[in-house]
Design a protein around this ligand. Sequence first.
Ligand SMILES: Cc1cc2nc3c(=O)[nH]c(=O)nc-3n(C[C@H](O)[C@H](O)[C@H](O)COP(=O)(O)OP(=O)(O)OC[C@H]3O[C@@H](n4cnc5c(N)ncnc54)[C@H](O)[C@@H]3O)c2cc1C
Length: 480
Amino acid sequence: MARTGAEYIEALRTNPPNLWLKGERVEDPTTHPAFAGVVRSMAALYDLQHDPAWREVLAYPSPKTGQPVGMSFREAKSREDLEKRAAAYKAWADRTLGLMGRTPDYLNAALTAYAQAAEFFAQGDPKFAENVRNYYEFVREHDLCTTHALTNPQVNRAKGPAEQPDPYIPVGVVRETKEGVIVRGARMLATLPVADEILVFPSTVLKNEPGAERYALAFALPTNTPGLHFVCREPLAGDSPFDHPVSSRFEEMDAMAIFDDVLVPWERIFILGSVELTNRAYADTGALNHMAHQVVVHKVAKTEAFLGLVALIAEGIGADRFGHVQEKIAEVVVYLETMRAFWKAAEAEGHENDYGVFVPSRAKLDGARNLYPRLYPRIREIVQQIGAGGLILLPSERDFEGPLGEAMEKYMQGRNLEARKKAQLFRLAWDMTLSGFGARQELYERFFFGDPVRMYQTLFEVYDKEPYKEKIRRFLGWEG
Ligand SMILES: Cc1cc2nc3c(=O)[nH]c(=O)nc-3n(C[C@H](O)[C@H](O)[C@H](O)COP(=O)(O)OP(=O)(O)OC[C@H]3O[C@@H](n4cnc5c(N)ncnc54)[C@H](O)[C@@H]3O)c2cc1C
């Protein structure tokens, strides 16, 4: 059943992931300053599923129990299903201004596609198909939060996983036992480690070379499994909602996942030893399309927030009368409408894949996910170009309460904004773009779906260019 925020918090408190921060174990992430803000925000998202105004959008009756479960678990069998899921993605994304990329709907979308296309996993072993179906149902019925880690540690990118200084730098199989598979190694990055479960799925395409089978794996584990550790990066969470409007709430955290001879029970294994299945899993099942669908909706929510932000900033300092400022704001409008068009076109051109999963159009989503990493740094630049010095001269809430409070009210006011509101707005802009949290947002947009260079290369490979080459051949009279 769709869980409440209190249930999410209680699960984290009683079974916390093995989080490490600056050499120390985080005993209770629900109260630790690096995590408490995002935990509260996650809880609010779960609670929204029970809000009478939102529950029709965010939940649907479980096919198993009839009780409400999260909409992102709804199997995609038609265009209507895509639209319903997208409406749920948007409702959550709007709550975070699109600044939390890894709300649980992202991986729910992938898991649902995997389960619908479970026969894909049967190619490895019929049991694996059953495992995928059971696992999806388990996550759906308990409304669990999952994180995922796909890439290998950044040790030597010029060499394959088997050629690293130690064969167990990337996660690989040590041995198989009656209970399951022992794995050792690390995955480079898992965002939102304040999760119940981790999905270890393939990402970087494995070369079909001797030794690669050891790394051909897909499995899931509880985040508090013995031997599994999350080593967190520098925290970026601010502590005051006024001074740090978004980092105090949406700092998802990123962590390296280390597997120190961890037992993965057989029922949690989905792929084992097949390089071919590892490489095909995302695209063939439709998980890729469904993750990208969630992403494009999120990018619309995020761009809407940036448009509102730059428009208010320009108005607030009287810069909206300048032609070049208007042009820059209109540029954000163009980006917003472009992403919206990709979203709608992906649904309109949806179709059923080989496994009966109704998938939004990959071509449209490839357009969106390859374009946005190039648009986002420009949007961030536009915020700086319009906000200028105001983005750094940021009075804190305490300045207004101190002895110079009156001076603050006078000198920090805007054209149509009293000083506190102007400070709030500019602090938001700073936190979205220039604080540590804001800077990470740009790195996130550049890389979260993969290395942009290799994504473009993949697009080059998968996109059917033949009709367009033919067009030119015909124009030049090359027929026959
Ligand atoms: C903020 C953030 C959050 C993330 N969250 C997650 C997450 O939750 N889960 C997850 O699994 N991953 C996550 N990622 C990781 C993301 O998938 C990777 O950053 C991305 O795949 C690129 O890999 P890399 O960072 O290891 O870069 P590298 O692959 O090391 O690339 C470094 C440079 O080398 C170049 N390069 C490397 N190999 C090649 C090659 N073969 N051919 C050509 N050029 C090459 C790249 O183009 C790049 O310029 C996240 C990343 C960021 C930044």
